[in-house]
Write a protein that binds this ligand. Structure first.
Ligand code: ADP
Ligand code: MG
Length: 679
């Protein structure tokens, strides 16, 4: 039973067992897949809808087409024995007859709802056999319980079929009290004439009419809840951000590092460093986002800021989204800082307990000035003597709160912690201002000099032979190769990587092909990447784990299978893994067999365009269902429904006219559950 007199979000937070037929076992199974409360289940949106409004006459059936019919059971017979019996039901309507075949369905013989003369409703694919109509295993129900309309189709989850989930959701909708309101309902209906959240859930899961528009509007209304909560948190943060912080005005160390760099800074880097220097010297807390295309050299800019912190006797910490990336940063930075006599420590989930204890002690005493790490940095026992600068790489991969979590590690005696976020996600400035509305922006355009644009080609899956020849040529000149396998069901990741590894080993026995995927232990991930960056392994087969920031300058070629399934921005990110030296880099976009005409056109954009921002904008303009910019990346930013590209317009709109409204705790907890947990 649902408690009646609560707001929608209090109800959505209630346990799944409130639904009839969901017990502890089922709840546990769903919980394991992230469906922890009633609201989570309601966010399992239909992947499509079947138009089930029309009942066809048997005489009008079309071969191979799924249709709904209603008829009377004329006869019922069984063949074979026991449970394996095949049941054949003859069904008649005013226009003709059809056979319905059910295998292994002996129980149907005794089902009273199927006795002769009863009327049932059936949906299935009509087939012609020996001049007669038949259907195999059509869905059926007694005709009174069929309601014509649009039937939502759900993806399966936690081993539960879409049908089962649909029934659960329907059940849930039927017990939601009519009084369950979102705190936004009144405001949005008054000012914008939008339906209530309850209406919207019903429209989406149980549509009675289904114009594309009506449905899009409903989903948009639902997403607005998420956007408004998000934007509100941003605004709150922006207000909270203004505060005094230590002025880091001694430039000795950063100048020393600048002089020690192997190449001069690019203009873009210089200007970003300038922005940052002004902030850091100002005596007010810096709160800046550094946006720069992949390979534009953000790491050096970060390093210079870190050097400045250390040069002022303070500490700096760099947070990275993955262990692979944290490792890489630690190595790069250690190399840069060594000549300055500065140590850079690395803290991740796989740091040994003893080393960790040691490290924490030296951080707390202030002896250790610079540290790089993953989420492991955010645990409570990580304390600093004087943290002055927090850097968050690939900051879009963190929730709002996580981005700020490091800055909360300030010491009572010192001022607030400066924050520098970094992202390569090329989103148009106006959208960036909305999404990162709590930050100042520095945008770096262009690449370090001497970089050649990565030569990009789109090839079809049959052209594997010439591709193999090309790969051999790269290997001949000591180049290395990334091979990206399609993004498929996470459960199958490993399998498909392994398959490719086997295949490529056959072609290139001397290349020491290694696989890398997200579900590997971090130790194994690191050793795979180490092998690739040291050259012990020449071909790295990987899922998109490598997408984020990995830097192996010897990588000359990247092959991306089923490239049509990625957004352009993500392809651009992947492509950015090569062409990181003066040597020519190559990118082969292998299109899957089922790639549509339109997706080929889209892929071809990659051939001539090398500017991330331009590609992002192109993606925004093309923006076809599910095909858009970095869906996955932003899924990880802590959004539950929002997709940066699909919802860009909506996000901007609410950014420009954010209602004066403060989301209560239940609402915040629902939309930002992950952000919350890091506090
Ligand atoms: P990203 O912006 O994607 O994080 P990185 O910081 O990893 O880019 O830099 C990419 C590569 O460019 C690195 O190998 C780095 O050493 C090199 N690089 C950075 N700045 C310069 C520069 N000013 N001149 C030449 N190479 C540079
Ligand atoms: Mg980087």
């Amino acid at each position: 039973m649902i408690v009646q007199d609560k707001g929608m979000y209090e109800i959505l937070a209630q346990p799944l067992t409130r639904i009839n037929g969901v017990g502890a076992t089922l709840e546990k199974r769903l919980m394991a897949r992230g469906i922890t409360c009633l609201g989570d289940l309601l966010l399992h949106l239909p992947k499509e809808y079947v138009d089930d409004r029309h009942v066809a006459l048997i005489a009008q059936l079309q071969e191979g087409v799924s249709s709904r019919i209603v008829g009377r059971v004329v006869s019922k017979q069984a063949r074979g024995f026991g449970r394996n019996r095949q049941v054949i039901i003859r069904l008649a309507d005013e226009s003709g007859q059809i056979s319905l075949n059910y295998f292994h369905s002996g129980y149907m013989m005794t089902d009273a709802r199927l006795s002769e003369g009863r009327e049932i409703s059936v949906r299935g694919v009509a087939e012609r056999w020996n001049g007669y109509w038949q259907m195999s295993h059509p869905e059926w129900c007694v005709s009174e319980s069929f309601h014509p309309g649009f039937q939502p189709v759900y993806a399966s989850l936690a081993g539960l079929g879409g049908k089962r989930l649909g029934t659960m959701i329907r059940q849930l909708l039927s017990i939601l009290p009519a009084s369950a309101c979102s705190p936004l309902d009144g405001l949005l209906s008054e000012q914008f004439h939008l339906p209530s959240l309850l209406q919207v859930f019903k429209q989406i899961h149980h549509p009675d009419e289904l114009g594309r528009d009506a449905l899009e509007q409903a989903v948009g209304r639902l997403k607005s809840e998420e956007i408004i909560v998000y934007l509100h948190l941003m605004r709150q943060k922006k207000q909270a951000a203004v505060c005094p912080a230590v002025a880091l005005d001694n430039e000795d160390k950063s100048r020393a590092l600048l002089n020690a760099l192997p190449f001069p800074l690019t203009d873009a880097q210089t200007s970003a460093c300038h922005d940052i220097a002004i902030d850091l010297e100002s005596g007010n807390r810096m709160h800046r986002l550094l946006q720069g295309d992949v390979g534009s050299g953000k790491t050096w800019v970060a390093a210079l800021a870190m050097a400045r912190a250390a040069g002022n006797g303070a500490q700096a910490a760099l947070l990275a989204p993955t262990e692979v990336l944290a490792n890489q940063h630690a190595e790069t930075l250690q190399e840069l800082f060594e000549p300055l006599g500065l140590e850079v420590a690395l803290l991740t989930g796989s740091t040994r307990a003893k080393a960790r204890r040691e490290m924490l002690k030296r951080l707390a005493s202030g002896e250790l000035k610079l540290i790089v790490g993953t989420h492991a940095l955010l645990t409570e026992d990580v304390q600093f003597e004087h943290l002055a600068l927090a850097l968050v790489d690939e900051q879009h991969r963190f929730g709002v709160r996580q981005r700020w979590a490091l800055t909360e590690k300030k010491n009572e005696n010192n001022g607030a912690v400066h924050l520098l976020g970094m992202t390569a996600t090329p989103i148009p400035r106006s959208l960036a201002l909305a999404l990162y509305g709590d930050m100042d922006l520095s945008i770096m355009r262009g690449m370090p000099p001497g970089r050649l644009p990565v030569e990009t080609r789109v090839i079809s899956a049959e052209k594997m032979k010439p591709l193999a020849d090309g790969m051999q040529r790269i290997l001949d000149v000591e180049g290395r190769i990334y091979w990206i396998v399609p993004r498929i069901d996470e459960d199958e990741d490993g399998v498909s990587v392994d398959q490719r590894v086997e295949l490529l080993k056959g072609y290139f026995p001397a290349a020491n092909v290694i696989g890398l995927h997200g579900r590997m232990k971090s130790k194994d991930k690191n050793s795979a990447l180490d092998a690739f960056s040291s050259g012990a392994c020449k071909i790295l087969v990987s899922t998109t784990v490598v997408e984020v920031g990995v830097n192996v300058p010897e990588a000359r070629l990247i092959v991306i299978e089923q490239s049509e399934s990625y957004g352009l921005a993500q392809l651009h990110q992947l492509r950015g893994r090569v062409g990181r030296s003066e040597k020519q880099g190559y990118c082969m976009l292998v299109a899957g067999e089922k790639a549509s005409e339109a997706s080929m056109v889209r892929l071809k954009k990659m051939v001539n365009t090398h500017d991330g921002l331009e590609l992002a904008e192109a993606d925004l303009a093309i923006r076809g269902g599910g095909d858009a910019v970095g869906t996955r990346q932003h899924g990880e930013a802590g959004f539950r429904l929002l997709d940066i590209s699909e919802d860009a317009v909506l996000i901007r709109q609410w950014h420009e006219s954010l209602p004066d409204f403060t989301p209560d705790e239940a609402m915040q907890r629902f939309w930002r559950p992950f952000a919350e947990s890091t506090d």
